[in-house]
Design a binder for this molecule. Sequence first.
Ligand code: NAI
Length: 708
Amino acid sequence: MPLNPDAIGKKIGPLTKDYTWKDVVLYALGVGAGFKELEYCYENNLKVIPSFSIGAVFEFLASVAMESNVNLAGILHAEQDIIFHNPIPPEGTLTTEGTITHIYDRGPDKGALVVAEAVTYYSNGKRLFTNIFTLFGRLDGGFGGEKPPSEKIEFPDRAPDHEERDLPTPDQPLIYRLSGDIFQLHVDPNFAKAAGFERPIMHGLCTHGFACRAVIRALFPGEPERMTRFKTRFSRPLYPGTPIKTQIWKLEEGKAVFRTVNDETGEIVIDQGIVEWMSREEMQKRLSRQGIRFDGRVAIVTGAGGGLGRVYALELAKRGAKVVVNDVGGARDGSGEGSMGPADKVVEEIKALGGEAVASYDSVATPEGGEAIVRRAVEAFGGVDILINNAGILRDRSFGKMGVDDWEEVIKVHLMGAYNVTRPAFLKMREKGYGRVVMTTSAAGLFGNFGQANYSAAKMGVVGLMNTLKLEGEKYGIKVNTVAPLAGTRLTEDVLPEDLFERLKPGYVAPMVLYLASEKFQETGMIFNAGMGHFSRVAVVQGPGVVVGDGSIVPTPEELQRSWESIDNLEGAEEYYNATVALGPMMEAVSGGGGGVGEVSGGLTVRGVFERMADAFQADKAGGVDVVFQYRISGPGGGDWYAVIKDGECEVREGLHERPTTTILMEEGDFLALMEGRLNAMSAYTSGKLKIEGDLMKSQLIEKLFKF
Ligand code: NAI
């Protein structure tokens, strides 16, 4: 049967494909990535090799072959041009639609070309990439059709600017085929022999993936999202286990041509390559235009059947998150049977807007309920990245009238609820090395409110929970923060003024919760008020205090009374990142500024350490040492400082150095403990409290070069 010219213009698709980070990593391993390009292989901050896009369209390619009626006995993949519109998220759903755009005749015995174009969208409607395929029908030429345009790149007449070498393993196709192309030619020795090959050959698209990695490595290493175009022509087969090199000529900023060569025979296996990429500035601009997104993220919102939680769930879904809408559907005081209605309704609302959501009706008030809510996220969407602890009830009574039931029920939903859901979620986030948890407190807890002893205790309890989880989550990329909302909902309908109704809409709180839940929010352990468009931070601070007496005898209450002004004084109060740091000023004060803690003077602050660093420098130990130590200390009292050591001198400055030899990353409390000698450098390193980037060996000089 001849080619079908009527296939031109015929719509193919929409075809959808779900993928997870494991598909992305499997593809990366299939095209030779490994520890040296861990960004493609590790789910923590995973990046997608742009050529992965081809995996999304295998089915489309098969449909093109069927629709065009190309003779399958002579079909070859001739060219592939991919235009990238947006970076590919590490997991999600892709939808591809397209048409056959041309069928060309190269003449009798010269074959025919079928060209098709497909656009792929992400689940949030964003256009990710356009693929232009050219299939070669070796046996289909001479049907009297239009001749193909001739396009040929002339490679510059000079040695390539870059040569990137790779060695696909002898078993490479066995891994690559797991990404979807299971054609026997690449696995079955008998099939390969029958097709005229010694043994199974590499998939052309596998070599294509190697070439894609190679050009990124040479031109914009570690930033695959900068690629805007990748065009290739498949010219010869390659046996697995053969060394290859990709030769690259940079034509101008943002454009290069390349080819991939069999390094044993010199034959070109991928020819006529064009790669285009955008500048880092352009990429940043694109990213900032995109704003805060949750594509590929899974969020649980508890108590999302109404009030504030409903709005959080809707807004998260609108920005690409897959949401578990949890709500028992009970009464305001937590009484009654509960109902599925509120959660179901919000799920419907999300779906009607084109988002993804599932309902969960379990109560946060029991550990089993918490487990079930997290299980729902894992089963429906494969994990959990974001947890908004929002479910709440009220049982207001003045304290004298507050029975144990009223006390317990409120504690169970707010405080136990935060524990019950956060614990299983936290374990999942730890596995993944990423997480955002938002707790919900209240002005009643932070400052007190008549008739709400139970609620206030619970709401301050979640702040304590946050304070410790921020520390325990730190090395796993989990940020834990707290919102104190103010909004007109059924919880507040009888207490808030009606005339402010419009401004009291939950929508005014949601932006804060979304920001705290986003990847962009890098702080942890913070409390923010949000309501009516007003936002502010709340913090626990500690005054400078005073030592009463000389320390040799216990002071009397009368002595305290006399010193009250100083004890009570909050001038110069500070917040502290953890209990150890908070104890610092007390230790320093009682030690009278000498020995131990007092050694690092200047108020035991990170800044104080760097101010003293140049003085602590041991010039006699620095002969021949030429290094730059960059310190990046996290936490509210942290910051960036660097020490340049050259010609026996040390200069310490605040900020980031362009080319540090070694970068030290630590949390403020750990850093101070290290400087005080309470934390040993080796155990800090092995426990993950001290992270070192760059030249690890040079970091060992620090102990020798500085004596505090
Ligand atoms: P709301 O009553 O409209 O929403 C709370 C939701 O939690 C309800 O849909 C309820 O069915 C659900 N819920 C109750 N117990 C549950 C359980 N055991 N398991 C699962 N779901 C449960 O109230 P609103 O105002 O939206 O409150 C949301 C959160 O914000 C609460 O934690 C509340 O304490 C807090 N908050 C609200 C303020 C406001 O001004 N509305 C002020 C300060 C804090």
